[in-house]
Every structure is written in C-alpha cells, then in structure tokens.
Design a protein around this ligand. Structure first.
Ligand SMILES: [Zn+2]
Ligand SMILES: [Zn+2]
Length: 425
C-alpha cells in the first residue's frame, strides 16, 4: 500500500499519472457499458455494519467491523457515520432495494477507501471496484474476469495472468465445510488457536500465520475440488475453457484464499510478475448469496476490485507512465502594469480558439520573460508594450528558434495560428 497512512503529503507530478490510470480503465469500462457510481465517502455505519455482519457474526466480520473508521464516537451519537472501507456492500444494498426483477446492472467506482491497520493507525488506499448485479449466468463471470484482464492490458501489463478456483455452490460447500471442520477437530494439535478458529469459520481464510509450529492452512485436508457438484464442476471447466480461448493465461489454484467467506463458485485473482515474484493486484468472485443477508432479496452478482496503489507502484517501476502529449501554448507578458487589461483580453481571445496560455505575472525584461516562457514549455511568447500597442502591433517570439517578429494586433489569432503551423502543433 503506497499511502500507508493518512498524511498531508502530495506530489504534484503524481496527479497526471493517477488521471492516466483513471482514463485508461474508464475507457475500457465504458466500452463494456459499465456506469460509474460516485459512492459517498461518509456512509451510514448501521448499513455498513449490517453488510459486514452478513458474514454471520464470524471473527472476520468482527475484525472488519473493528477496522472501519467512524466519524462520530459511538457513545455520543446514535447516527454514526463511517468512512467507506469498500464499495461492494453499498452498491449491493442500493441495487437490491431499487432494481427491477430481471434487471442487470453494471457499475464501477473508484477512489480512496479507509480502514484501520492492525496497529490502529488510519489508512487511506485507492481502489477500483467493478460489479455486475442481477445475473448468475456464466457469461457474466467470463465478462467480468475478461474486463479485469483488459484493464490491466490497457495499463500496459501484457504479462498479467489469472489464478482461478471454484468455491462451489451452497450444496457442495455444506459437505466440504462439515468435512473440513471434522478434519480440523481431529488434527487440533497441528494448528495454533487463531488458525484453528479462523479456518473453522472460513476454510478459505488466509490467516497469515507466522507460528512455525502451526500448519496454517488446509492443504493436507479435504479439498473443495473433490466436493464440487456436477453443475459447479461443469461451470468451472467452461470458465477455464473460455478464458483459455480468450488467450488469458491462467492457472488453477485450489488454495486461492479469500478472507470473506461469502464468495461462491468462481473466485479469481489478477497477478503480475515482478522481480521473480508474483504480485496480486486485485481479484474477486461471484457472491450470489450476499444480498439475501444484506437486503433480504436474491440478487446474484459477480465483481472484482483492483488495488490501484500497487498498480501505481508497478507502473512506476516498469516506466509505464507515458508523458502527456504537450499542447501548443503561448506565453503572454505585459511590460508595464497598465497593460494588464490588454493581457487578459489577448488571453481571452486565444482561449476562444482553444489555445492554452501562460500569463507572465510580473513585468520584467524580455530576456527574463523568455527564460520563463521556456521553463513553462511554451512555444511562442507575445510581449505587450505600450509603444507597440499605439502602432497596433505586438511582438511575437518563437521560443525555440529564438527569432522574433511583429504581428498586427487586429490579426492576433491568425498570426498565432500561422506560427503554430510552422511548429507543426
Ligand atoms: Zn455445486
Ligand atoms: Zn497458525
């Protein structure tokens, strides 16, 4: 996470890079008819907690609830707000309440999310979320997975790949969960207390356990792939086949962990290789049962999120940010204070033609102003002098060629256009 905690620091040169990431994913998503949602940053704590509570009061729900950043102290205000920790819950809640039966909604959102780190410090991180709600068709999983790959490709990651797994439907999971719990209970000594409890609640949990004497995971126990019913097995093989045909490199990872147990059937991660390591930059899955817990309505859905901070750092490391194409621009300087009105009028005339200007704010000598125009990457400089104005002319400098000529004041934009053509901009 790049922005490890909330600080007042910012770098001006980062803004255009963030904008180029946003432009790239917005273009891909718009082509696929996804609508941008602007989620409120302040969210109703009660709705949020209800969504988090849909994880059946498990330890992971408790942890997630404790990690939200509340704006009003709970003891003193009954209507407490929280800074949004993620987007899925509010989009699912809103869509379950308002969408028509049979309607399919495609949404995306991006921006800062907030949560507390395990040490209690406030964290701000940037995320893109994509959700397709209202269909359990296999096509929608393939659409969403492919969309993630398209976005990574558009950002320049030609070597992005997928990890896939199936968590099965409620039927296959019931038997799997029962066997996992029985297996854990008969091997209780192999696990630390945390792992035992977390895996007991969610066999797909990534416990991040550091205890050397602990087995940490269920690699030795029952495996979900052996429990998939015929339909889930068939669906998963079709997903693999379609992704292979689309040319998306993937591998099946039976131990693809997701810290929220609400996923069912297909789950996936997006990975990028970097310096010999495989970096997970996002992921998601199908969550057909979550809306029933949150809004008491059946609304099948599939979605993913991308960790934009990780993506930003990888793009920096790979030098994937291409500088924006420089626009033609004109530096305008007035050599006496009473020419200010003229300076603003000239700028206005050029803006009307879509020409960018940089205004010299202090009256200085020509050499200083020319140096200033160069430092702003301007192509030409117009100097306004009282004695020239009286004669109806302006001085135009070609900044790179360092030559100069007078142009008629009443043919300002034509003369600037001619100068621009000689620069081929
Ligand atoms: Zn099944
Ligand atoms: Zn452990």
């Amino acid at each position: 996470m790049k922005k490890a905690q909330v600080t007042g620091d910012f770098l001006t040169e980062e803004a255009w890079k963030w904008k180029s990431i946003e432009d790239a994913f917005s273009e891909v998503l718009t082509l696929h008819d996804y609508q941008e949602i602007r989620l409120p940053i302040l969210q109703d704590r009660e709705v949020l907690q209800k969504g988090i509570g849909a994880l059946a009061g498990s330890r992971e729900a408790l942890q997630a609830a404790q990690r939200t950043i509340d704006v009003c102290p709970r003891e003193t205000d009954s209507h407490t707000l929280s800074l949004r920790p993620e987007g899925t819950i509010s989009i699912l809640y809103h869509t379950a309440l308002h969408s028509q039966k049979g309607q399919v909604s495609r949404y995306y959102y991006h921006g800062p999310m907030f949560k507390k780190a395990p040490d209690g410090k406030a964290q701000e991180f940037f995320q893109l979320g994509v959700e397709l709600l209202g269909s359990d068709s296999l096509l929608t999983e393939n659409e969403v997975i492919s969309l993630g790959m398209r976005i990574l490709n558009a950002l320049g990651f030609r070597d992005a790949s997928l990890k896939l797994n199936s968590y099965g439907c409620e039927d296959c999971r019931r038997k799997f969960f029962a066997d996992v719990r029985a297996n854990l209970e008969s091997n209780v000594r192999d696990y630390c207390k945390t792992c035992y409890e977390e895996l007991h609640l969610n066999p797909f949990a990534d416990t991040r356990c550091q205890d050397k004497s602990c087995r940490h995971d269920l690699k030795a126990g029952p495996q979900i792939e052996d429990y998939l019913c015929a339909k889930c097995r068939d669906n998963f093989s079709r997903i693999r086949k379609i992704q292979a045909n689309l040319g998306h490199p993937f591998r099946v990872d039976p131990h693809l962990y997701k810290n929220f147990a609400y996923y069912n059937e297909t789950v996936f991660d997006f990975c990028i290789p970097q310096e010999g390591r495989e970096i997970t930059v996002g992921g998601g899955g199908r969550y057909d049962y979550l809306s029933n817990h949150i809004a008491k309505r059946n609304l099948p859905a599939v979605g993913f999120s991308l960790d934009l901070d990780v993506i930003f750092s990888l793009m920096e490391a790979r030098r994937l940010f291409l500088p924006l194409r420089k626009n033609f621009s004109v530096y305008i300087s007035a050599q006496s204070p009473n020419m200010e009105m003229m300076l603003l009028q000239i700028a206005q005339e050029l803006h009307a033609q879509g020409i960018k200007t940089v205004l010299g704010t202090d009256s200085r000598n020509t050499a200083d102003e020319l140096a200033n125009a160069k430092s702003h990457n301007c192509d030409i400089m117009i100097t306004i002098r009282e004695e020239n104005i009286r004669e109806g002319k302006l001085l135009l400098h070609n900044v790179s060629r360092e030559d100069q000529a007078y142009i008629p004041l009443n043919h300002l934009t034509e003369s600037v256009e001619i100068a621009r053509k000689t620069l081929k901009k």
